[in-house]
Design a protein around this ligand. Structure first.
Ligand SMILES: Nc1nc2c(ncn2[C@@H]2O[C@H](COP(=O)(O)OP(=O)(O)O)[C@@H](O)[C@H]2O)c(=O)[nH]1
Ligand SMILES: [Mg+2]
Length: 215
């Protein structure tokens, strides 16, 4: 997305998708990451929600992550193409206690890969896999670490993390890992700079001609 360079100080604004089946913890992960709060009682997200997280990457670099919390119900519908537009990275979540949510991961990955790419070369966007709710114990976790490594390699994930929104485990680490990959890629060269980056605002895009972002 946007990059602003001034006297050697860099600001980047990256659109990051957070997808995965319903109830896997997408909203919880974002709330923990952005506001450092957790609740057992989030209402299910309707349509799409936005949040902004500012990372002071290094003394000369600020990274603003615009996190798109996409409702589980939207899966593979015509909506996702609009939501995915201009994303430069994604997190796919599953719930370690529910195997069906892991089975859905490859479908989410295929959905992203088919609808959003980077640059003229149409490279896939970097995607990190989050094995969430790891505080609930390992019994439900159906894969070993080695199997997960292999799964990521075979399916084009940049990596995976066991996370817990409840116990604040590995969420920031996973996000930073994703940002490292984005910074390393040539996103900057391929994106048109925007004039301003509004402090503290995650602005949804203007309504599209179909108007479906307002759903
Ligand atoms: N134990 C535990 N529960 C979690 C965790 N993350 C989310 N939850 C709970 O799982 C339910 C669904 O979470 P939510 O964030 O709404 O999932 P979403 O539908 O993917 O956005 C809620 O009751 C959360 O409190 C976690 O890391 N550990
Ligand atoms: Mg949600």
């Amino acid at each position: 997305m946007a990059s602003v360079e001034d006297d050697g100080y860099n600001e980047y604004l990256y659109k990051i998708l957070v997808v995965g089946d319903i109830g896997t913890g997408k909203t919880s992960i974002i709330k923990r990451f952005v506001h450092n709060i957790f609740s057992m009682h989030y209402k299910s997200t309707i349509g799409v929600d936005f949040a902004l997280k500012v990372l002071n990457w290094d003394p000369r670099t600020e990274v603003r992550l615009q996190l798109w919390d996409i409702a589980g119900q939207e899966r593979f519908g015509s909506m996702t193409r609009v939501y995915y537009k201009e994303a430069v990275g994604a997190m796919i979540t599953f719930d370690v206690t529910r195997a069906s949510t892991f089975e859905a991961v490859s479908k989410w990955k295929a959905d992203i890969d088919s609808k959003v790419t980077i640059g003229a070369e149409e490279k896939p966007i970097p995607v990190v896999l989050l094995a969430n709710k790891c505080d609930l114990g390992k019994e439900g976790f159906i894969k070993t670490a080695n199997e997960m490594d292999k799964y990521c390699k075979d399916n084009g994930f940049i990596g995976w993390f066991e996370t817990s929104a409840k116990e604040n485990l590995n969420i920031e680490k996973a996000a930073r890992f994703l940002v490292e990959h984005i910074l390393k890629s040539d996103v900057k060269r391929n994106s048109p700079p925007q004039d301003t980056v509004q402090p503290g605002l995650a602005t949804p895009p203007p309504p599209t001609s179909s108007g479906c972002c307002n759903k």
